[in-house]
Design a protein around this ligand. Structure first.
Ligand code: CA
Length: 224
């Protein structure tokens, strides 16, 4: 995992870099906003630690520009004590978490681990399983870029399965997650929907695991 540290205080920068390296991360460092902005724009990071009070370009602006450029890596901002408005600006600019100075290294490491873990899941609203693409925000699905015509029920099933791709999902779990509390649940209807979905997306994408449930997979991936 590769992490960028942007901090102008030389002592704190050194301390951050050394503790993150000790924790097994690969670190790039920057001491001002301009350098940090450039690195974030050009290098693939798994997470960024970004001080907000920076020379050249302030941290909030750096973060805004990364997000505008489509950079989705998780960003943990470092703020001065009692600067609540700075935190608000940081979150509005796209921060995922923050720490107030001074902080304990252990807490920074724990927060970074959590950020990296979440980012390895689904950092954007789009999920891709092979050539199947689910736009969870727009509630649309595509195969090879071609939109699928799905009913809302079919989409909900596909969306749930794709959030948990490669895991076996039981019929009852599916039912619990695609219907609201008041809906008259009948798990047999799931079977009907799965059948329709298979016709639309290809029969080999949803496998039936007898007695357990269904699994969405990438049929072109090895060992499926
Ligand atoms: Ca600073």
């Amino acid at each position: 995992m590769r992490i960028l540290v942007v901090e102008d205080d030389p002592d704190l920068n050194r301390q951050l870099v050394s503790s993150l390296q000790d924790a097994g991360y690969v670190i790039d460092k920057a001491f001002d906003g301009e350098e940090g902005l450039f690195l974030g724009e050009t290098e693939p990071y798994d997470a960024v630690v970004l001080d907000l009070g920076l020379p050249e370009i302030d941290g909030v602006t750096v973060l805004e520009r990364w997000r505008r450029a489509g950079k989705v890596f998780p960003v943990l901002i470092l703020t001065a004590r009692d600067r609540w408005s700075e935190k608000v600006a940081g979150f509005d600019a796209g921060a995922d978490d923050y720490l107030t100075k001074p902080f304990h290294t252990e807490e920074l490491l724990a927060r970074l681990r959590a950020l990296v873990r979440r980012a390895a899941g689904h950092v954007t609203s789009t999920i891709e399983i092979g050539d199947l693409c689910i736009d969870t925000k727009g509630a649309r699905a595509f195969i090879n870029g071609n939109p699928l015509k799905l009913t809302s029920h079919e989409f909900r099933i596909l969306s749930y399965l794709s959030h948990h791709a490669d895991r076996v999902i039981s019929r009852s779990e599916l039912t619990e997650h695609i219907y609201d509390q008041d809906f008259d649940r009948d798990s047999n209807t799931i079977e009907v929907f799965i059948g329709r979905l298979r016709k639309k997306i290809g029969t080999d994408r949803i496998t039936t695991v007898r007695g357990l449930g269904y699994r969405l997979c990438d049929p072109s991936a090895p060992n499926q």
